[in-house]
Design a protein around this ligand. Structure first.
Ligand SMILES: Cc1cc2nc3c(=O)[nH]c(=O)nc-3n(C[C@H](O)[C@H](O)[C@H](O)COP(=O)(O)O)c2cc1C
Length: 423
């Protein structure tokens, strides 16, 4: 029976294990996880979501507190239009995050960065330009464009010296989105190096409406594949969303996919950036504990655990410190929802906002437990410890399970005794 290791992802003459660990912001697909993906010969992703916070947390910088201080006078105002990011600091923070990650890279694989267009940062074009270019300056192997159509993103890089040598790819959830992207960029004569087709079972934001359940990954992949063939476009196609076992991955690779992108299985690894108690929430989740809702101010549906502290929290908008989702005019759907609740409950010490969440604060504090549809199967991928908790996994173990297990088999971690005798 075939396993993932029988296949290779080819970029020119370079051959990789066809496993891509997907980007998970904010700092969930952390540097340590991405480094393992690359060390093992596949592709790992870091994310540039809230990169100032990530740099502060990991590299002892003070970007967030400095911005908060600069705009402190505005904290009580609902007009956030003047709360802007300093582009020099954005470049510096990106450089820190990417540069230090790349310095630590070992092995034959690659490290890409996930860049979400929906992180509009109160100046969408200017900030995206800095994010993309600084990542290339700092030596990232590739950029995965996500959460948006990215119709103008290649043009922001056109005159960058690495525009044609770095790997640049895009995540789409429909053929139509890919067609728009290709049409818009035709004049640049630079095709994406890979296309990730993300289906409705993925974690994070979904590229579908609340009718997501009516779509399925296999049909979208087949449709995109047919189109690429008909247009004689030789672009590696990478399905994502709900690929839970080596056997699932093989079924896509046998049907012509160049690689698979996976994420949920890695959320419970030691290298994943989520705090350990949150990883236990992921392990113990049942199917009923998972929902797709509209509380993200981006307007995209998002899948998460119903127990996420972000749901119903009434945090005061903290755009002075964060402000990643402000559109170009200083608006965010959470601010509107928050102000409505404040008006409706005059004098209340604490309010609850149920229809939207302050995603910056929630993601920063790991309180929005976004997850893939099959999170409820994670408990079947490990062992239960004597205290009732679940044993965290090594990223290498999960990677190798995808790479070598056949059919629907899932390798469990070695027994504690066996580990001792081997070690
Ligand atoms: C916790 C979590 C956070 C995610 N965050 C992002 C993100 O910031 N940007 C993005 O493009 N995709 C994000 N995703 C989607 C993954 O990169 C990936 O494409 C998808 O989850 C793969 O499906 P799987 O989780 O079923 O393996 C996230 C997924 C998870 C589970």
């Amino acid at each position: 029976m075939a396993c993932v290791n029988d296949f290779r992802l080819r970029f020119g003459r370079r051959e990789l294990v066809p496993i891509v660990i997907g980007g998970m912001g904010v700092d969930i697909s952390a540097t340590a996880l991405a480094l393992e993906g690359a060390r093992l010969g596949g592709i790992g992703h870091i994310s540039d979501a809230m990169v100032h916070t990530v740099s502060d947390r990991r590299y002892d910088t003070r970007f967030v507190s400095q911005k908060a201080k600069l705009y402190k006078h505005n904290a009580a105002s609902s007009d956030k239009s003047k709360v802007l990011f300093d582009l020099g600091r954005l470049a510096e923070a990106t450089h820190n995050h990417v540069g230090r990650t790349m310095e630590a890279k070992r092995g034959e694989g690659l490290i890409f960065i996930n860049c979400m267009e929906k992180l509009t940062m109160n100046a969408p074009r200017e900030t995206l330009r800095v994010r993309l270019r600084s990542a290339l300056d700092a030596g990232i192997d590739g950029i995965t464009l996500s959460a948006g159509l990215h119709l103008g993103s290649f043009a922001l890089l056109e005159d960058h010296p690495r525009f044609r040598d770095a790997k640049l790819g895009i995540i789409v959830s429909s053929l139509r989105a890919l067609q728009l992207f290709l049409r818009k960029n035709a004049r640049l004569r630079r095709l994406p190096d890979y296309v990730i087709v993300e289906g409705p079972l993925a974690g994070g934001h979904l590229g579908f409406g609340m009718d997501w359940a009516q779509f399925d990954l296999r049909s979208i992949v087949a449709e995109v594949e047919q189109y690429l063939k008909a247009e004689a476009l030789d672009i590696p196609l990478i399905p994502a969303g709900g690929i839970f076992t080596g056997g699932d991955a093989v079924s896509y690779l046998e049907a012509g996919a160049a690689a698979v992108q996976v994420a949920t299985r890695f959320t419970v690894t030691r290298e994943c950036g989520l705090p350990d108690p949150v990883k236990q929430e992921y392990f113990s989740a049942t199917e009923e504990d998972i929902e797709v809702n509209m509380i993200s101010p981006t307007g995209y549906p998002m899948r998460m655990l119903k127990g996420s502290p972000a749901i119903g929290a009434g945090n005061r908008p903290n755009c002075e410190a964060y402000g990643y989702l402000l559109d170009g005019n200083g608006n965010c759907a959470y601010i509107t929802a928050y102000n409505r609740e404040v008006l409706a409950h005059p004098g209340a010490k604490k309010i609850s906002v149920r229809d939207k969440t302050c995603l910056c604060t929630a993601m920063r504090n790991f309180e929005c437990w976004t997850c893939g549809h099959y999170t409820y199967r994670l408990k079947d991928t490990t062992r239960r410890l004597a205290d009732g908790s679940f044993e965290l996994l090594d990223a290498e173990h999960v990677f190798r399970d995808y790479q070598f297990s056949t059919g629907q088999n899932i390798a469990l971690p070695a027994q504690a005794e066996a580990k001792v005798s081997v070690g």
